[in-house]
Ligand binder design. Sequence first.
Ligand SMILES: *Cc1c(COP(=O)(O)O)cnc(C)c1O
Length: 374
Amino acid sequence: MDGLRASLHPAALACDGVRGLTPYLPGKPIAELAREFGLAEGDIIKLASNENPLGIGARALTAARDALAECARYPDGAGFALKQAIAAHHDLAPECVTLGNGSNDVLDLVARAFLAPGVNAVYSEHAFAVYPIAVQAVGAEGRVAKARDYGHDLAAMRAQMDTATRVVFIANPNNPTGTWLRGGELEAFIADLPPGALVVVDEAYFEYVAEPDYSDSSRWLARYPHLIVTRTFSKAYGLAGLRVGYALSHPEVADLLNRVREPFNVNHVAQAAACAALEDRAHLQQGVTLNAAGMHTMRAGVRALGLGCIPSVGNFLCVDVGRDAGAVYQALLREGVIVRPVANYGLPNHLRVTIGLAEENRRFLDALSRACQR
Ligand SMILES: *Cc1c(COP(=O)(O)O)cnc(C)c1O
C-alpha cells in the first residue's frame, strides 16, 4: 500500500499470539455463493453453520420488531430482564449470569479475565476453533490434547495440565464432531481439577441432546466454583444473527467476567428476542423434534451411499467422504448446497452438514450422491 511507510511492517508490530493466529472460517454466506456462481439466492441451501432451519420463532420476531422501535436508546447494559429470565430458567441467581454477544463473546471474556502470557489453556484436538483464537489473542499458550474416537479424551486433557493451566475448554457436545461426554465422567474430571484451573463447559447444542446419561452441567455450579457453563441462543433458539449467549458461573467468576465485558455488548433487539425465545418452548421443541427426525434420515442416507460419519448428538453430522473433501465441497457448491469443510479442524476427509428441513436434507443427500460418484 502506498500510504505505508517503508519502515512499517505491521506484522512485526503485532502481538506474538496474534501473529500466530489463523482467522475463524465461517460457513459461506448464501449471498456470497450466489455472487460467485451466478446462482439465485432462492436456489441455494445453507447447511453450514448449524443454524435452526425453522428460523426465528414468531414470538421472538414480534419482540425483536417491537424492540427495534426503541433503538435510539442504549440497551440495558446490565441486561436485567434477560438475566432474570435466564436465571429463572436455570434455577440460579441472576448474579451467576454473564451475557455475551453470542457465547463466543463469553469465551473471549474468560480468556481476557483469566489468561495472559506465561499461563496456558487446554483444549482438545478437533475442538471448536474459537478456543485457540481466544487463547492466543491474549498471549497465553494453547495446549492441544489428542482426541479419542474424534471426541474429548479427558485423561489426555488432564495430562496436558500443569500448575500454569488456568482454563480448560470442553465442548459438550463438541463441534464439529458431534461427540459428547457422559455426565459421570465429566463431573469426575471437574471434581479432580487442580485448584488453579477453571473449566469451561460449552453447551451450545445442549437443547438437542437426548442421551439419558448426558448431563446439564449447570446443576453442578453450587458444588464447583471453578466451573463455567456457556449456552447460546444461536442454535436451537434460532437467533444466530442477533448474537446472544451467556455464561453461568459462581458469582465471583461472573463479577470478574463483567469487569472486562464491553458495557453494551448485547444489543437491545437481541435482549428482547432472547427473553421471548426463552418463553417459546413450543418453537424450541418443534426444532428439536425436526432435528431428531432429520438426523435419522441423514445418517441412513449417508450410510446408504457407503460413507461413514461420526456419531453426533448435535444438529449436525460430520460425514467421512472417504477422500479429500475439498473437491466434494466444491461439487456441492456448484449445486447450490453449502456445507462446511473441516480440514482446518484436522479432518480433511470430512464435511460437516447441518441437519436442515426434510427437503434440504434430501437435496443434500442427492447432491452428495452425485458428488461422490465422480
Ligand atoms: C456455535 C457454537 C458456539 C456459539 O456461538 P455463538 O457465538 O453463541 O453464536 C459456541 N460453541 C460451540 C461449540 C459452537 O458450535
